[in-house]
Structure formats: structure tokens, C-alpha cells
Write a protein that binds this ligand. Sequence first.
Ligand code: URA
Length: 441
Amino acid sequence: MTTFLPQEFLAQISGGISPSARDIQTFIKGIATRDTSPAQIGAFVMAVYLKGLAKGDIVTLTKAVRDSGDVMQWNLDGPVLDKHSTGGVGDNVSLLLGPVIAACGGYVPMISGQGLGHTGGTLDKFSAIPGYNVNADNALFRSTVKDIGCAIIGQTGALAPADKVMYAIRSATASVSSLPLITASILSKKLAEGLDGLVLDIKCGSGAFMDNFDDAKALAKSLIEVANGAGVKTSGLITDMNEPLASAAGNAVEVRNVINHWRGVRDARLHKITVELCAEMLVSGGLASDVGAGRAKVEAVFDNGKAAEVFARMVTALGGPADLMQNPDKYLETAPIITDIKAEKSGIISAMNTRAVGNAVIVMGGGRKKPNDKIDTAVGFDHIAAIGTKINKGDTLARIHARSETQVREAGKMLRDAYRYSDSVSSSDSPLIIERIPANT
Ligand code: URA
């Protein structure tokens, strides 16, 4: 066996030459042992950013990053499934989806993240529930998945640690937006969950990281091909993010929105995407014969209360209050000012700058301006008016939950300015499910 020379390996990457699988593995293994230096990691991510990486090499890279930490193994009586969303605004699907899949016989060990950029994070939403332990240890995480069917917590240091190091260096070297690196980063963490099937929700539109279809499709294809190449059955939906998915954006407000959803007061767009993603997961896990049968199962566990019951049990098992569902206002923080943001124009809402809505939540402290900022879970918006709504001057565009009058003025203006009007448009042009990409793509 020849000795691994990192400089020769880097020369291959920067020359666009495919390296051997063993060299990729040695380079990534060296991140934990410090045999690979930060300068070499920086050179690697920049070379990949500039030259790309062949599909097979991305699969090898993804598996090597996955194997840099613990890879979970399960021995359960149903399929182990998960979903990954590329992020959006008012996207609280995960809070519904995990319990739905568990109520249908699957298991969901979901490791989720904090908000990134203008988007909200599942973990931040759960942090609005007092006592809920987003940093649950491995034993509690595993027992919750096994006994209840799903657990949603944050990333532990033991999961794909090489990704954490590479992500920080990508962030410092302007190489975050490389498709091969994004693919390996997202999938290494998901594949470490020990999944039988994965479904991807690739968002496209003004509130997504990919605002145009071609970029979203390229990301979807890369993720799906690489995940399948790494041995996990993975399909995806490209979905519309040209307006918030739920009618709420923030943290406690989105948890309240989810509790209302369990009670039958449902935002149509949120419900549809959740049903479609869950149906896809049930098919992938062999729990439904086709998407139609999957949809019927999902609707049934929404309607008979079984999924809501799983949600309540998961919250309690992870340290949250046992009566959250009955008494949300006793536990979820309420902002001191709750007031309507009124329209200054009339017309039919034809478009929204959804990113600006996410940024308005961040301006109020509902997301982070710096990595270690503590977030204010109480702030945000609800009753957000949807595209296609006819608005008269003075009508309510949304209700703001704010800490101060200054926030009402600043975030309220951002929200107002996010809306576009026309005389005739009656609904969003974009279908909610833009494209389905099967696992065998
Ligand atoms: N999310 C990740 O986990 N990694 C990326 O590179 C981008 C988004």
C-alpha cells in the first residue's frame, strides 16, 4: 500500500482528477485525528468548490463524513424513516410528520438543526416548549424512538463530526454554496441516523435558498442520486416556497399553529405538503402500496387523533409538559405586544418576498444574527395573509407578536413591504408540489 500524501491528493482535486476512494477516506479520517490540517481542509473545500467532484466521489465523501462519527443501528419492528427539508419560512412540517409516520408504524429518529440564514429551524421551535430537551442524550433519544416511534432532537458531537469542522471552514472560505459539499454535508448527518428510507423536501422560491427551479432541481438530483448511491432509498419533492407554508412564522407561534393543526384547524398548504411527504415515506418504508394508499393512512391518523397522541407523548418523553396540548398558553411564551399589521394599499396579493418575512422574525430576535445568539421564542407573525387574498387598505396582513413598539414598526414595515399586489391575480402561479423525483432517478 502506498503512503497517503495529502498534497498529492489535493493536487488531484484541484486538477479535476478523480482520486481513489481510499484517499478520500484517509483525508476525511484525518480530520478527527488531526492528521489533516485546517489549511488542507480549506484547500480541499475550495478545490471542490471550483472544480466540482464526480458523483461516485461525492458518494465516497458522504460515506466517509458519515463514518467520522457514530452511525446509529436499529433493530425495530418497522422501517426507520426520515425527511430532510432544505429550509423555508413557516415550515413546521417536521413537528407533524414525525408523529404521523410513527402513528402509521414507522420510526423517525430525526436529528434537526437551528435556523439557517432567513429560515426557521425545527430545533428552535421545540426550544419554545419549556422542559423539552433538544440536547437529549443518546440513551433517551433511542428509548423515545423505540417506545414512541419518533424523537426530534439536535445534532450531538458524536454525529458526523468531520462535517462540523468542514462546515466552519467552508463558512470562513466562501465555499458553502458548492453542490457536492452541500450534498455531502446534509446527507452525512441524515445517513448517520441509520435509515431505511429518506424523503427530501427541496424548497424553491422566494423563501428558499434556491429561488429558481433549475437550481432546486440540480440540488434535488444531487441529493437523491448520492443518497441512493450510499445505499438509502431516497426520493424527493420539489415544493413551492414563494410564501410561508404555515400562516405563522416564529417559534412559539409555529408550535401553537401545530397544536391547532392537531386539533383540526389546519393551514391547507402545510397540510398538503405534510400529507404528500408522509405518503412518500410510507411507500418508501413499505407501509403503503402506493402514494394514494399512503395519503389515506396519513389522513386517517390525523383525523383519529393517533398522530396527535404520539406528538404529546414525544414531548413528554423528552421533558416537556404532559398537558401542552390541552394548555398551550400555560407553557408557550406570549409576546408583550400582539397587534395587527394593516395594509397601506388595496389589491390582490400576487407575490411575497418570503425571505423578508423570515428576516423580519430574525430582526425581532426570533432567529440569530450571530451563531451563539439566544433566540426570543415569543416573537413572530401569525394570521399571515396568503397569495391570492383580496386586500383593502386597512385590512390585516398579519398579526405581529413583538417585544417592543420599535419591533412593531421595523418588522411590521418589513412584512408590509414583502407583499406585492395586482388587480387580477387570484392565486399563486406555482403549484405546491412542483415536481416528484422518484428514488430510482
Ligand atoms: N445544511 C447543511 O447541513 N449543510 C450545508 O452545507 C447546507 C445546509
